[in-house]
Design a binder for this molecule. Structure first.
Ligand code: THU
Length: 134
């Protein structure tokens, strides 16, 4: 991944964070998903008063792209937390499982809080994933 691409994705994730609806946790998250064709889909977390229906920023970005017919994904940048600096916001297990449905092990997960940054692969974050395949 080129440095400029990583920076663009982090900028878009930070912008998307502004659309977060998180009155219950105060924890706002933005995600920017890079497709193999170079386009970018964003998402923010959307909470609910009964908690369980809450959807993470990553899944909003993925489902939006999937709904438009896209299936080839390269990387996702995630920015989130309470206040500033946020600290690194790792994707939750449910979002990693959604990624594993559509992404190969070298799919990149880019994290940054503006001070500290890190890029990991899906293989690193979810090494032994659930699959129906034998
Ligand atoms: N959240 C995300 O948007 N992405 C994650 O990977 C972890 C958690 C959201 C869900 C909830 O609205 C808030 O962060 C606190 O859990």
């Amino acid at each position: 991944m080129r440095k400029e691409t990583t920076e663009l994705l982090l900028k878009k994730a930070a912008e998307a964070r502004g659309a977060s609806y998180s009155p219950y946790s105060g924890f706002s998250v933005g995600a920017a998903l890079l497709l193999s064709d170079g386009s970018i889909y964003t998402g923010a977390n959307i909470e609910n008063s009964s908690y369980t229906p809450t959807v993470c920023a990553e899944r909003v970005a993925f489902f939006s792209a999937l709904h438009d017919g896209h299936r080839d994904f390269r990387a996702i940048a995630i920015v989130g937390g309470k206040g500033e600096p946020t600290g690194l916001c790792y994707p939750c297990g449910v979002c990693l499982q959604v990624m594993s449905e559509f992404c190969s092990g070298d799919f990149e997960i880019i994290l940054s809080d503006g001070k500290e940054g890190r890029t990991l692969t899906l293989d690193e974050l979810l090494p032994r994933r659930f699959t129906l395949k034998k």
